[in-house]
Design a protein around this ligand. Structure first.
Ligand code: NA7
Length: 552
């Protein structure tokens, strides 16, 4: 292959749903595009996160693209909330159907993204030295795509197998007869633990912070429900556009029970329509939970807004854990105590607590007995050694900014993104950064991103970017980047709307805030003001011919 091929209009990093839709949308706009992807195929998050139990926390019929009515009609989802293999099948179907792979170079990780001042072009450099160049560059690198692995003493000495949930092998992992340890009880750990316990001889769960987790909807898709969605997709897509979390809340008339309603503010699968918890007597609260399950706690509005209600809900949750877990000491260790419901992304599970009633599962509380080191034969805590054949890290991601910083982006006049973001991510609309002309991010920090149905957020961003590039070419402009004032005002607004929410409570340490990465600035990264408000702001920029940007 030649070192540099013919220059396309746009180069894209990443062939997850964002990069895939970028190919489709840019082609439709008459632009040429080339995508470079580290994996061997499409799918992004759903390509890498193949761990047992991996599943989406947004209903399948909502977590789907709306750009093609034909695609909507021909695709069938087997479950109400999809498992990873089905979402990856969907990604592959899209790649086949729209012939996307001919514009993708796979198995290629980008190590540098550089702006060339002389030519006003962006150059991608791969780890093997190959380069691609174009006037426009889109970083479609995902929000949860850089696995976080804590640096533990002795980690390299372990003789067994080491796995990370966020980079799980494609070939089956045989855990039969094995002593397996897993570090981490976030969404990934909580989804994987019941499955691992069923496979392994013994599973040891190393938990640092207990989690609030609610039972997931585990229903198979009913044909009548699926058909009703298919019959009403145009209405559903417009409802998504009007909803803060990018979900339609469409309720099929043919089966009220099959489709779990979704909140208006987040993608948890629960609807915050249950009134206020504090309006009920203690007996009424317990009766409601006994009747409808722990997930009912998520339906009370005041749980998210009133610290007193939040405390009551947290206490009721802990009572629930003690009902579900037989051993009182294990139950107590599993009870979250030092932060509240609603501060982190809601975790949904299948049989998480019941798993701790199994004979082959041990819970280790790392707050009582911290990890001292990894040893050749396992993991050592302050209380002693755990012998392991397999060690699994379910320790999360360097979220939202990780992939962008790891790409070593250098902008105009040698400006390093890492320097610009030293004190936290600064963007305009999570779409562009001053000093980085013609570089776009998809679902970047400062946009609704992970607080929104991702596929809705991706379509909106890619549409905006494609319209912007089309306008640039039609009006013979060479570069676009935000004005300083636009960035300053936007960041002030992003911070203002996050202020005072459960997300930013001092007791809350979530990946939304970067609190899971040692040394990362504590900034609430996604835009909490809601998708419609955000989209209106983006549309206003388009309508004003990009008044908040410097266009040359
Ligand atoms: P999360 O939600 O960041 O969870 C990571 C887990 O790993 C969490 O329990 C952490 O405990 C634990 N962790 C991290 N570092 C350590 C160390 N050094 N020692 C012990 N335990 C550790 O990541 P997930 O992959 O589960 O989920 C991420 C998102 O993906 C999720 O929200 C969904 O949107 C999909 P901690 O809480 O930091 O004490």
């Amino acid at each position: 292959m030649p070192a540099t091929r013919q220059m396309p209009d746009v180069i894209v990093v990443g062939a997850g749903f964002a990069g895939m839709y970028a190919i489709y949308r840019l082609r439709a706009a008459g632009l040429s595009v080339h995508v470079v992807e580290a994996g061997s195929d499409v799918g992004g998050t759903w390509y890498w996160n193949r761990y047992p139990g991996a599943r989406c926390d947004v209903p399948s019929l909502e977590y789907s693209f709306g750009f093609s009515p034909e695609l909507e009609q021909e695709w069938d989802w087997p479950e109400v909330f999809s498992a990873q293999p089905d979402i990856l099948r969907y990604a592959n179907h899209i790649a086949d159907r729209f012939d996307l792979r001919r514009d993708i170079t796979f198995n290629t990780r980008i190590r540098a993204v550089d702006y060339r001042d002389a030519t006003a072009t962006w150059r991608l450099t791969a780890e093997d030295g190959r380069t691609w160049e174009a006037p426009f560059c889109i970083m479609a690198t995902g929000c949860l795509s850089v696995p976080m692995k804590p640096e533990l003493p002795g980690a390299d000495t372990f003789r067994g197998r080491v796995l990370h949930t966020g980079a799980w092998p494609a070939e089956p992992v045989d855990l039969a007869g094995k002593r397996v340890g897993i570090i981490g009880t976030g969404s990934s750990g909580v989804q994987a633990i019941p499955e691992l316990a069923r496979e392994a001889a013994h599973l040891t769960v190393f938990q640092r912070t207990p989690v609030y987790t609610m039972p997931a909807n585990r229903k198979a898709m009913r044909d009548a429900v699926q058909q009703e969605f298919k019959d009403n997709y145009r209405q559903i897509r417009s409802l998504q556009q009007a909803n803060a979390g990018g979900v339609s809340n469409f309720r099929p008339t043919r089966s009220v029970n099959t489709h779990t309603p979704t909140t208006t503010t987040a993608t948890t699968g629960f609807r915050a329509g249950g009134g206020n918890l504090l309006d009920l007597t203690p007996e009424e609260r317990r009766a409601r939970i006994a009747r409808r399950g722990l997930g009912e706690l998520l339906t009370f509005r005041d749980v998210y807004t009133n610290p007193e209600a939040n405390d009551v809900a947290n206490a009721l949750y802990r009572e629930g854990v003690h009902h579900l877990v037989q051993d009182p000491e294990t139950a107590e260790r599993l009870c979250p105590k030092d932060y509240g419901i609603g501060c982190k992304r809601q975790v949904l599970d299948r049989d998480f607590y019941a798993t701790f009633n199994r004979d082959n599962v041990t819970l280790v509380n790392l707050r009582e007995t911290p990890i001292e080191s990894i040893t050749p034969s396992g993991l050592r805590t302050s209380a002693g050694d755990h012998e392991l054949d397999v060690l699994i890290y379910a320790t999360g991601f360097d979220a939202m900014t990780g992939a962008l910083l790891r790409a070593n982006i250098t902008g105009r006049d040698g400006t390093l993104l890492a320097d610009k973001w030293r004190y936290g991510p600064v963007t305009y609309l999570g779409l562009q950064m001053r000093g980085f002309p013609n570089l776009f991010t998809v679902t970047g920090p400062g946009s609704p991103s992970v607080l929104c149905n991702m596929l809705v957020a991706i379509e909106q961003h890619v549409n905006w970017i494609a319209d912007c590039i089309t306008w640039m070419q039609a009006t013979h402009h060479a570069t676009i980047e935000p004005l300083d004032a636009s960035e300053d005002d936007w960041i002030a607004h992003v911070n203002a709307v996050a202020e005072g929410t459960m997300y930013t409570a001092p007791s809350c340490n979530s990946w939304y805030l970067g609190a899971n990465i040692p040394g990362k600035p504590r900034i609430f990264m996604p835009y909490v003001g809601g998708y419609p408000r955000y989209k209106a702001r983006c549309d206003a920029e388009t309508a004003s011919n990009y008044a908040g940007f410097e266009v040359l």
